[in-house]
Design a protein around this ligand. Structure first.
Ligand code: MN
Length: 434
């Protein structure tokens, strides 16, 4: 871990406010059943500022006119906990590893926070995080208002996530390296699935072969729940059941990817179960691929995300007309939202510490953001034709295709970070054969 990156982020965050107290809390552990928990995943904003991965911790950043102060509250070391669950860093361990001004036991946080908030006028926290640590800070602010002799009290609450997530829009070279690593393992996993696929397998068997690649390469977590959708299942956008049998003559859509050091990748490939596209599958596939390549080609600094969305809808609409699925003029069809029946979702999303990175899409005036070097967005056009849609030629029914890559905006244009994953009809058929 390189502590200077986190320190620099905290400085940037503090520089963006006039004065006040910023508080961010770790994610809580979440119960899965009775006394067992889901694997722990740190809160992304908290991690972005601290690099700290333990639960029940809080970071407090204090800015006055004279100085800045960063305080980390962590779970203290406990022999009992260490016996059952392994050692925590504890106060001393965290002090050694993290270049903050102070580290204290989380047990001291309730008393400290009341002291820290004295004589401050602004409190920055995550409005949408209902953690007790943040409720406690609000409660303390309220109590201080009633104390005689205090001249300045908290009089404004601010959403700190708007600040952190605006920072998170532009990825540093170190963050991009982590995304690249996640993608490199995801590439191996998609290729493995293509090689293994044959009719009669269950969808979860392909998922298992991908999970094996992730885990055996040290990627302990998927970036999101894998979608392995054979045939018409691909037309259920968030199909995660993954337990049907893969059938001869069908396509299989796989939207699955791993996380590396909390950074996501997000990749979709669609390929024939038996390794060879039928004529109808190939026609639709090449239309979707053509749209994807043209959208990626249009990505560069100074292009607005809004424009890219409209452009992709026009291309998809034209593709649907070319296939004879829609009839009419692009402009009128888009106006009537006719294309949404077959291409219902957006062209892509920010990606980073979260697979759907919650960075802003618009500026303070509500205008669509302009792309800048360092932004990472997925590009994932899809065409979905349900098996029961009698308005479409029989040969296309049951075909669902999405192709998704992870794109980095650069100074001169963009870079497809997942370029190495088989994507053309020829590449896919050759990968399936090997
Ligand atoms: Mn995606």
């Amino acid at each position: 871990m390189n502590e200077t990156h986190y320190q620099a982020r905290r400085q940037t965050l503090l520089a963006s406010i006039e004065e006040g107290v910023i508080i961010l809390s770790s994610s809580p552990l979440k119960t899965r059943s009775n006394d067992t928990e889901y694997p722990y995943r740190q809160n992304s904003d908290f991690y972005y500022l601290t690099g700290f991965e333990e639960t029940n911790s809080v970071v407090v950043l204090v800015k006055t006119r004279e100085s800045n102060r960063v305080i980390l509250y962590v779970e203290p070391h406990s022999d009992e906990f260490a016996l059952w669950n392994g050692a925590r860093l504890g106060v001393e361990g965290a002090m050694k590893l993290f270049e903050v001004d102070e580290v204290h036991s989380i047990l001291e946080y309730p008393n400290h926070i009341k002291e820290i908030l004295r004589e401050h006028i602004a409190l920055y926290f995550d409005f949408y995080d209902d953690s007790n640590n943040l409720k406690l800070a609000q409660q303390s602010a309220k109590e201080l208002r009633e104390v005689r002799g205090i001249k300045r009290t908290i009089r404004s609450f601010h959403d700190v996530t708007h600040l952190t997530r605006s920072m998170r829009l532009i990825k540093s070279p170190e963050e991009i390296d982590k995304i690249r690593h996640a993608i490199s393992l995801t590439a191996l996993a998609h290729h493995e699935a293509m090689k293994r696929c044959r009719d009669g397998l269950k969808e979860f068997e392909l998922q298992a072969s991908m999970t094996y690649v992730f885990l055996s390469n040290g990627a302990m977590n998927e970036a999101y729940g894998a979608i392995v959708a054979g045939g018409n299942n691909a037309n259920t956008l968030h199909y995660i059941d993954n337990r049907d049998v893969l059938k001869e003559g069908d396509l299989v859509l796989i939207d699955a990817a791993c996380e590396w050091e909390l950074y996501a990748s997000d990749i979709t490939r669609t390929f024939p179960v038996n390794g060879k596209f039928t004529e109808a599958q190939r026609e639709v596939y090449e239309k979707v691929l053509d749209v994807q390549l043209r959208v990626i080609e249009a990505m560069n600094p100074d292009v607005k995300r809004d424009w890219l969305q409209r452009y992709s809808e026009e291309l998809l609409c034209q593709a649907l007309i070319d296939l004879g699925i829609l009839r009419g003029e692009v402009k009128a069809l888009i106006e009537a939202k006719a294309h949404k029946k077959y291409a219902p979702h957006g062209i892509g999303h920010w990606m980073g510490l979260d697979v759907h990175d919650p960075c802003p899409y618009t500026d303070d005036e509500g205008q669509s953001l302009v792309f800048k070097a360092g932004m990472v967005m997925t590009i994932e056009p899809g065409i979905y034709i349900r098996a029961d849609d009698e308005s479409v030629s029989l040969k296309y029914r049951g075909i669902g295709i999405r192709i998704e890559d992870d794109i980095l905006i650069t100074e001169s244009g963009c870079e497809n970070l997942s370029f190495m994953i088989a994507k053309t009809v020829e590449e896919i058929e050759s990968m399936c054969r090997s």
